[in-house]
Ligand binder design. Structure first.
Ligand code: GRF
Length: 195
């Protein structure tokens, strides 16, 4: 049974779907939900679902990313995860942290990578006149949003869409894609999944 730690920064809607899916014959179980924000709404949801939580406030380590990560590592290493899932985690991780888990750390990004790494993905897709958008689950590498894709889901960009309407349509697919990719990844299958 693979042990999964999930890192969040906010409401954790993707984290919740991952927890809901890791039951029964699923080859993985959650061992920790951790956040860089003690106020993250997802922490209470994870606790309600019986998953151990931890919060390391990144604001307590101003201009010292390495010290923040050192503190964040403590509960993570204690949980002894086989896989780490970044789910709405909004801090950039140093290459040192990434390399420690490279090959077993996943992230979900709200664009069809390699298009639109970074922020404001939906506004950028609309501004570019794209007719399709979507989300990507990828392995995390030191370069931001650049690791090999493990799965993608597409949605149409509709006339009249703004960033909020497109984000809502993509989020529905994120909630389908991430659990499906984690289930496949935890079973040792690395074939990219296209939904
Ligand atoms: C989602 O759009 C996700 O793609 C991005 O963070 C947003 C919030 O995710 N990474 P969640 O609801 O906290 O899972």
């Amino acid at each position: 049974m693979k042990r999964v730690a999930i890192l969040i920064s906010g409401g954790g809607s993707n984290m919740i779907r991952l927890l809901q899916d890791m039951t029964g014959d699923h080859p993985a179980r959650p061992v920790l939900v951790a956040s860089n924000d003690p106020q993250a709404g997802g922490l209470a949801r994870a606790a309600d679902m019986g998953v151990p939580t931890a919060a390391i406030d990144h604001r307590a380590f101003p201009r010292d990313r390495a010290a923040f990560e050192q503190a964040l590592l403590e509960p993570i290493l204690q949980a002894e995860p086989d896989i780490i899932c970044l789910a709405g985690f909004m801090r950039i991780l140093t290459p040192g942290f990434v390399q420690r888990f490279q090959g077993r750390m996943l992230n979900i990004h709200p664009s069809l990578l390699p298009k639109y790494p970074g922020l404001d993905t939906h506004a950028r897709a609309i501004a570019a006149g794209d007719t399709q958008a979507g989300c990507t689950v990828h392995l995390v590498t030191p370069e931001l949003d650049a690791g090999p894709a493990l799965g993608q889901a597409r949605v149409p960009v509709l006339p009249g869409d703004d960033a909020a309407t497109l984000a809502a349509r993509v989020l529905v697919q994120e909630h389908r894609l991430y659990p499906a990719v984690l289930r496949r990844f935890a079973s040792g299958d690395r074939t990219p999944l296209v939904l």
